[in-house]
Design a protein around this ligand. Structure first.
Ligand code: ATP
Length: 237
């Protein structure tokens, strides 16, 4: 049984249907990526999975249990955490306070301290600035904080929304290495990326989203070498 199963998911903003019936599954331990141009509906998909948006139709199952229609804290409690686009950290709170908010459902103080230390190991710049207001971080640093905060709930699966946004090529490589490390530790990841090349290079499976629909799916390595994908998403002629 897949860890996450999405069946004919639809998301609408009033009359605008941003997600028009998509279906796919993520097996435990896999990295699956969703790529596509601006406005394709990738972020809306993630927000519907984590309970931030209510789907207009369809079913979402996490570990066999229906989660569509649940509240965000219920979804987190089941082990599915969302790392949103970086600008969604709490700007007036410090880095450390932002991280601790990610652990708001936990009561194991010692474990929380260990995980804060682990987040600083993973992203040393966050540790150096732990007392600084998150709003003063660069876009890329806020992206790291969003990821660190999501990990603080000790999830079984991570929804990552454009972790490389605003990052230099070197930092993008580092973030992708972090994603690989997480996978090696057994984490299951659904990765939304505009940087299709980097995402496909490490994903077990990829889906291309266009105007609310999945138009192409396959193993990451295969999509990376697909003629159409190369032209449309990798900027090659
Ligand atoms: P990007 O990479 O630019 O973030 P995306 O693939 O994540 O794009 P979404 O952010 O999910 O795409 O947007 C999908 C569509 O839904 C777009 O046409 C967008 O304008 C629309 N949309 C998103 N959020 C809202 C909202 N709150 N109200 C109305 N329309 C919205």
């Amino acid at each position: 049984m897949p860890l996450l199963e999405i069946d004919d998911l639809r998301v609408a903003y009033g009359k605008v249907e941003a997600v028009q019936g998509i279906s796919f599954a993520v097996e435990a331990g896999q990295v699956v990526t969703l790529i596509g141009t601006n406005g394709a509906g990738k972020t809306s998909t993630l927000r519907a999975l984590s309970g931030l948006l209510k789907p207009s139709a369809g079913a979402v199952r996490f570990d066999g249990e229906r989660i569509d229609g649940l509240r965000p804290h219920q979804v987190v409690a089941l082990g599915l955490a969302h790392s949103p686009e970086g600008r969604r950290v709490f700007p007036a709170l410090t880095i450390e306070e932002n991280l601790l908010l990610g652990a708001y459902l936990r009561r194991d103080g010692d474990g929380i301290d260990k995980d804060v230390a682990r987040a600083y190991d993973m992203f040393p710049v966050l540790g150096e600035r732990r007392g600084q207001a998150a709003g003063t971080l660069s876009g890329g640093e806020q992206q790291m904080l969003a990821m660190g905060r999501a990990l603080m709930s000790r999830p079984r699966m991570l929804l990552l929304d454009e972790p490389s946004m605003g990052l230099s090529p070197i930092m993008t490589k580092q973030i992708m290495r972090t994603v690989e490390t997480l996978r090696a530790d057994g984490m299951t990841i659904l990765l939304v990326e505009q940087n299709a090349r980097a995402a496909l290079a490490l994903a077990d499976h990829g889906h291309v989203m266009e105007s609310g629909r999945l138009v192409l799916s396959g193993p990451g390595g295969e999509l990376l070498h697909d003629e159409e994908v190369r032209k449309a998403y990798l900027g090659e002629d």
